[in-house]
Design a protein around this ligand. Structure first.
Ligand code: SAM
Length: 383
């Protein structure tokens, strides 16, 4: 064992595996999948785990403001309910994180603005949202405050523009959030400087990222996962593809060029708006999106899509409910790609699907180095 590399390791709850060498982390993750295969009696090929850049892979962080002698800004301490670590570096996010955090803290310490208190619901400074594209190196900042004090907008943007950053500062927002919820809520957003979006590039596709839009956190890894799904699917422009839990539509956008038609289903209207925009941006015309709950969709509109060839399933951590599993079995697609960020619910679902589907292979992707999390792709064929 060696000590963690990041200054905040041990205090910050972010990357609990940092004191384990990366090659051992990979072995542990692979082993955990083998154990689940054994426990659920799933017998198929386990492909080697895919790994990427170990550091600076995340494209988004939300830091919170606090106060010590001056203003602090960082992440909540592991297991605490409100104790903040004043962050000066974040090695899984961006080389610019420390530079921006220091400058923003110094600026507001000098200005004398107050910090929001999540218990009394009083005060001004709440969060700093940072988003960084990894293939195009663009940076977007969002300062989240209440409306209780004046912000020196010109002073704030001029100070940020003077910073010597590795990425290009493309966009600065001020977000007003007067809600009592502790989450970052984009009640009102105002572009203080630059472009409304930053743009990420995955292979030949461009994705516009707004301050409040959904985008998978590790772009290098998702480019690889989506590319692999496209290769494994071997589409011939004849196939109908349904992408359940489609998010911003990126898997469907990767597949559309090789498919006859792609439908995407996603519960959030704001995310579906991004999906339409992404399809338009990439001139993809054989794709359509539905704002719907996956189960409701399969039980209603889904009955019109009887001859789906390829079903993509990429659900949130709780996986598929029994009712969705039954709806998927009724849909009866030839091939299913199930990609999950929670191996426990994935394997429980594989067992339930085994009445009609056999896994051809399981392939883990280390989307989240230095954390216990793992993305896993399974290719299932109809029996
Ligand atoms: C793991 S993300 C998948 C994102 C997408 N496949 C991608 O690669 O960008 C899961 C998505 O499912 C959506 N979601 C959650 N519950 C849902 C439901 N019941 N029906 C449809 N979509 C849902 C979430 O909003 C989220 O965008």
């Amino acid at each position: 064992m060696r000590t963690g590399i990041c200054k905040h390791f041990g205090q910050c709850g972010g990357c609990s595996f940092q004191d384990i060498s990366y090659s051992v982390q990979m072995l542990c993750k692979e082993e955990s999948i083998r154990e689940l295969m054994l426990a659920y009696g799933i017998n198929c090929e386990l492909k080697p785990i895919n790994s990427y850049k170990e550091w600076f892979y995340r494209n988004k962080m939300e830091f919170s403001f606090g106060r010590n002698e001056g203003i602090t800004c960082g992440l909540y301490k592991k297991g605490s309910h409100g104790e903040l670590i004043d962050v000066s570096e974040c090695l899984i996010f961006s080389k610019d994180a420390g530079i921006v955090l220091k400058a923003v803290k110094d600026f507001f310490t000098m200005k004398g603005n107050s910090v929001y208190n999540k218990f009394s619901h009083k005060g001004f400074l709440r969060n700093l949202v940072m988003r960084e594209t990894k293939f195009t190196n663009e940076l977007m900042l969002g300062l989240v405050t209440t409306s209780s004090e004046e912000l020196d907008k010109d002073g704030f943007t001029s100070m940020l523009k003077r910073l010597n950053l590795n990425s290009t500062l493309k966009s600065v927002y001020r977000i007003v959030n007067d809600s009592i919820s502790d989450a970052v809520i984009f009640e009102k957003k105002e572009l203080l400087f630059g472009e409304p979006f930053i743009e990420e590039k995955l292979d030949e596709f461009k994705f516009k990222i707004a301050i409040d839009s959904f985008f998978q956190v590790n772009p290098l890894a998702i480019r690889n996962l989506y590319g692999k799904i496209r290769d494994y699917a071997k589409l011939s422009k004849e196939e109908k593809v349904l992408d359940l839990f489609c998010g911003g539509g990126s898997i469907g956008i990767f597949l559309a060029g090789m498919a006859k038609f792609v439908w995407g289903v996603e519960v959030s209207q704001a995310i579906i708006d991004c999906a339409w925009q992404n399809a338009k941006e990439n001139n993809i015309e054989n794709i359509s999106f539905f704002t719907a709950d996956a189960r409701a969709f399969l039980n209603t509109q889904g009955t019109f899509y009887k001859d789906i060839d390829v079903l993509i399933i990429n659900p949130p951590r709780p996986g598929l409910s029994n009712k969705i599993i039954r709806a998927v079995l009724r849909l009866n697609p030839k091939t299913i790609f199930y990609s999950s960020c929670n191996p426990d619910t994935l394997f429980a679902n594989l067992k339930e699907l085994s009445v009609a589907y056999k896994p051809e292979f399981i392939e883990p992707f280390d989307f989240f180095p230095h954390t216990p999390h793992l993305e896993t792709l399974v290719l299932l064929r109809r029996l």
